[in-house]
Design a protein around this ligand. Structure first.
Ligand code: 3SL
Length: 241
């Protein structure tokens, strides 16, 4: 039996208790991990997460496509912002993308202290959990949150993922944060679009007019992507298996 630990904020990540045979699953429902999945669905070959904009600028000068957002708004010099629905509008077959966001890519940066990293969103729940079940690893779900604070949508997604993993009979929750995420998900899953409206970041993106993204990010299982870290960036394993 493998364990599921949930880490409710990057600030708590140094204190995770899972020590062995560990795989970190980063969640940033609004919108980084959902956008990564959408970019893979549109054919992107590799996504290189970058925490600093200076570094992203270097990638741009080296001819990479770039995507970046700060506080929900597209960074001027980047080719794209952080909108999953924008990535679904065209084909990116064979292209590589360097990517920087306010919270999601920062959480990935922390997760890089471990070799095994995958990305989850509501859109790729089943695709990712099918793959996770085959890995036989202890899973730590890292919620990206907002600037190190708790976020409702990431915690709900952690609960949804924990539920699917537990239902496989191969996983058991190992901490109070996992139990709390499961309870929160159980109370919200039948009215998810309503439940997420209370989230601060939902409201922030609503004010910015990102209505299509707000609908898309809560569509369960609309993506087949299985984004997994290969040592230098994320690749979509669903295209390789
Ligand atoms: O913080 C992040 O990583 C982003 O996903 C934030 S936003 O949804 O683009 O505002």
């Amino acid at each position: 039996m493998n364990t599921i630990e949930v880490c409710l904020s990057p600030a708590l990540f140094p204190f995770i208790t899972t020590k062995d045979n560990l795989l970190v699953v980063v969640v940033d429902v609004l919108r980084a991990t959902t956008a990564f999945c959408a970019a893979f669905d549109s054919g992107i070959e590799k996504i290189i997460p970058v925490s600093k904009l200076e570094e992203l600028w270097d990638y741009k000068n080296r001819g990479f496509l770039t995507a970046a957002e700060r506080d929900g708004k597209k960074v001027d010099f980047a080719d794209f912002g952080n909108s999953p629905t924008d990535f679904l509008k065209q084909s990116f077959k064979g292209k590589q993308l360097a990517y920087s966001t306010t919270n999601g890519t920062q959480a990935v940066e922390m997760a890089k202290s471990y070799n095994d990293i995958a990305l989850a969103s509501f859109t790729n729940l089943n695709a990712l959990s099918d793959w996770l079940i085959k890995q036989e690893k202890n899973v730590v779900i890292l919620c990206s949150g907002w600037k190190n604070t708790f976020s409702l949508e990431d915690t709900l997604c952690a609960g949804a993922l924990a539920e699917v993993l537990e239902m496989s009979g191969r996983f058991i929750s190992s901490c109070d944060a996992a139990s709390a995420s499961l309870s929160l998900w159980a109370s919200a899953k039948n009215s998810l679009p309503e439940a997420v409206k209370k989230a601060n970041h939902y409201q922030r993106l609503h004010q910015l007019g990102q209505h299509n993204d707000l609908r898309y990010c809560f569509l369960l299982n609309s993506s087949t992507a299985v984004p997994v870290w290969d040592g230098t960036g994320f690749i979509d394993l669903s295209l390789r298996e």
